[in-house]
Design a protein around this ligand. Structure first.
Ligand SMILES: [Fe+2]
Length: 251
């Protein structure tokens, strides 16, 4: 993991620049952000090796889909009951939990439901919305961690819908996209090679995506202020608003 440093303004600014533009007619948040180099190349190699090893058991993805999504889900998932799954999932979750940008933007209570998915040619996942509640908690925020470089497969893009249209996400190995669970999305059919990802969900302190985005803006602004002028009067006021809104909206 390359994010040993504390969360810095530059990182927050980059994250804000990566957000899709939000149309002015609505404030239904489509805020998404990218976490790069979550796993280092060696760690990724080991993880893929484990996923491809003989001890890995793969099960049909339909088993964990909501009834409405079952007909459009075509993938295989690492057996969640296996020791291998538990070991790999714990590692990914610990890495995410330690990420300062994820903490600030998603305000996680718990990261849950992690699964490792593989899609070969002809497989994918049609348009759906993720279930609101799962065994591990409420799904407020969804993420996909890409385990292979985009050159290892063709097709297989994560397609996120927003009022502005559909956006294709295919990230470098070790990078993750984090987005509100409220969005319709799909995985385009794989046309060659094999696509390996880890996906999972976050129950946030703040269930509403618009409120989370407002809080993230305030948090980013106060960190920028602090960096520029220290603990000033303006910083204290923004901090007060941030904390009091989190108290009001958080659970
Ligand atoms: Fe999904």
């Amino acid at each position: 993991m390359t994010h040993g440093h504390s969360w810095q303004v530059a990182e927050a600014t980059v994250a804000r620049m990566q957000l899709a533009p939000v149309p002015l007619i609505t404030f239904a948040s489509t805020m998404r952000f990218q976490l790069d180099a979550l796993l280092d190349p060696q760690g990724l190699d080991n993880l893929l090796e484990d996923l491809l090893s003989a001890q890995a058991e793969w099960r049909p993805g339909q088993e964990s889909a909501g009834w409405h999504a079952r007909g459009v889900k075509h993938n295989r998932q690492l057996d969640r009951g296996s020791p291998l799954h538990q070991r790999l999932a714990a590692r990914v979750i610990a890495t995410l939990e330690a990420h300062p940008l994820l903490q600030a933007a998603a305000l996680p209570v718990r990261i849950h439901g992690l699964l490792f998915s593989r899609c070969g040619p002809g497989e994918g996942y049609g348009r759906h919305v993720d279930n609101a509640f799962m065994a591990g908690g409420r799904a407020d925020v969804s993420f996909t961690l890409f385990l292979q470089d985009p050159s290892a497969y063709s097709g297989g893009g994560l397609m996120l819908e927003s009022p502005a249209g559909e956006e294709e996400v295919r990230l470098a190995a070790g990078s993750a996209i984090v987005y509100p669970s409220t969005l319709l999305h799909r995985v385009a059919p794989v046309t060659g090679g094999e696509r390996f990802v880890a996906v999972g969900w976050i129950q946030s302190r703040v269930r509403d995506a618009d409120q989370r985005e407002l809080l993230f803006d305030l948090d980013t602004a106060r960190r920028q202020l602090f960096q520029r002028e220290g603990k000033s009067e303006a910083f204290d006021l923004i901090s007060r608003s941030y904390s009091n809104l989190l108290r009001r909206w958080g659970d």
